[in-house]
Design a protein around this ligand. Structure first.
Ligand SMILES: CC(C)(COP(=O)(O)OP(=O)(O)OC[C@H]1O[C@@H](n2cnc3c(N)ncnc32)[C@H](O)[C@@H]1OP(=O)(O)O)[C@@H](O)C(=O)NCCC(=O)NCCS
Length: 132
């Protein structure tokens, strides 16, 4: 999602498909990344606007939304919930704890979400760089 005004970019958010594992249950997930608003245009509702579009895509196409952030409040006001349980990554070497990400992972339920225990384990699929 890219919001442009007079040919220049103001705000951006991306939804990428990932697979999360809740216990042994794989969940087809729309993972939100690269949420940013141009510095001089913040607090004008543009962040909310690109997130509203990301949330629409997630609700239409995925069984869960997820993201990792240090700005929980920005997302919680529109229904994102903090994952309270331990986080992991399904690394090439096996299931590995990502305790530095605990508390910073948020999820958004969709009409097709399975039952979730927010205090249970949640693992993301492997990738290079920041896994969450
Ligand atoms: C976070 C960010 C995307 C918000 O975009 P924005 O366009 O300023 O947000 P909006 O104007 O749509 O704000 C909507 C509401 O979210 C809340 N909010 C906005 N920025 C916030 C922040 N930094 N922390 C907590 N809440 C915030 C506000 O309550 C705001 O409501 P208000 O108008 O009553 O103040 C923007 O500040 C940004 O690009 N920050 C740097 C990059 C970043 O941190 N991205 C998030 C990575 S997960």
């Amino acid at each position: 999602m890219l919001l442009r005004e007079n040919g220049s970019s103001i705000a951006h958010a991306a939804v990428v498909q990932r697979q999360l594992l809740h216990g042994e249950l794989p969940i087809r997930t729309g993972y939100v990344e690269a949420v940013a608003v141009r510095r001089d245009r913040r607090r004008e509702g543009h962040g909310r606007a690109v997130m509203a579009e990301a949330e629409r895509v997630i609700a239409a196409a995925y069984d869960l939304g997820a993201l990792s952030t240090g700005l929980e409040g920005f997302y919680e006001r529109t229904g994102w919930e903090r994952w309270l349980g331990p986080t992991y990554v399904l690394a090439p070497s096996g299931l590995t704890r990502t305790d530095e990400d605990d508390g910073g992972v948020l999820v958004l339920r969709t009409p097709t979400s399975p039952d979730l225990d927010l205090t249970g384990p949640l693992a993301c699929d492997w990738r290079y760089g920041d896994v969450w």
